[in-house]
Design a protein around this ligand. Structure first.
Ligand SMILES: [Zn+2]
Length: 175
């Protein structure tokens, strides 16, 4: 057998672990060695895909599980449609997921994580906000009746590229 074929056979192609939403609903987490582009995590609503080297990164898993909760709370297909179609909705759910991610981050690493999160949110999700605005949204105190800055979002330059999937991507600064 060729060495390359032997390596492929010896190495599992994917690893699956089980998380639970609200302590009950099981969510398979599939770890893959390779993901497209800069993607490190992806929520498909009923399951999560992460890049293998991020499987042990608890904040990334928490981020994706937050999207799974949004999937159920937001009406399943309706959530997916709104995520793609509405910049404001996408911003709201990403802010929620990044906030959960930051809360799951050890305090000593939180500042660096916040920098990465603000850059990723500003650059990877077509939300029409700059890094400073994203950093503010990730750190400010939001009351339940507060709305996100839709006027900024609405006036932002219209993007011609397609919006991203419900995914956790990283920008050029890698952790
Ligand atoms: Zn996300």
């Amino acid at each position: 057998m060729r060495p390359r074929a032997r390596r492929l056979l010896n190495r599992p192609a994917m690893k699956i672990s089980i998380e639970r939403l609200w302590g009950v609903l099981p969510v398979p987490v599939v770890a893959l060695d390779r993901m497209p582009a800069r993607l490190v995590g992806l929520s498909m609503g009923v399951f999560v895909v992460v890049r293998s080297d991020y499987l042990a990164d608890r904040p990334t898993i928490v981020h994706e599980l937050e999207h799974c909760k949004q999937f159920w709370r937001g009406g399943i297909v309706l959530h997916m449609v709104r995520y793609y179609a509405s910049r404001t909705y996408r911003l709201r759910v990403e802010v929620e997921a990044f906030r959960a991610e930051l809360a799951a981050c050890p305090p000593s690493l939180r500042r660096e994580r916040l920098d990465d999160a603000a850059r990723a949110l500003a650059g990877g999700y077509h939300v029409g906000l700059d890094v400073a605005a994203c950093r503010h949204l990730l750190t400010c105190t939001l009351r339940s009746d507060d709305s996100l800055p839709t006027s900024n979002v609405a006036s932002a330059r219209r993007s011609t590229s397609s919006p991203p999937v419900t995914a956790r991507s990283i920008d050029s600064t890698r952790r």
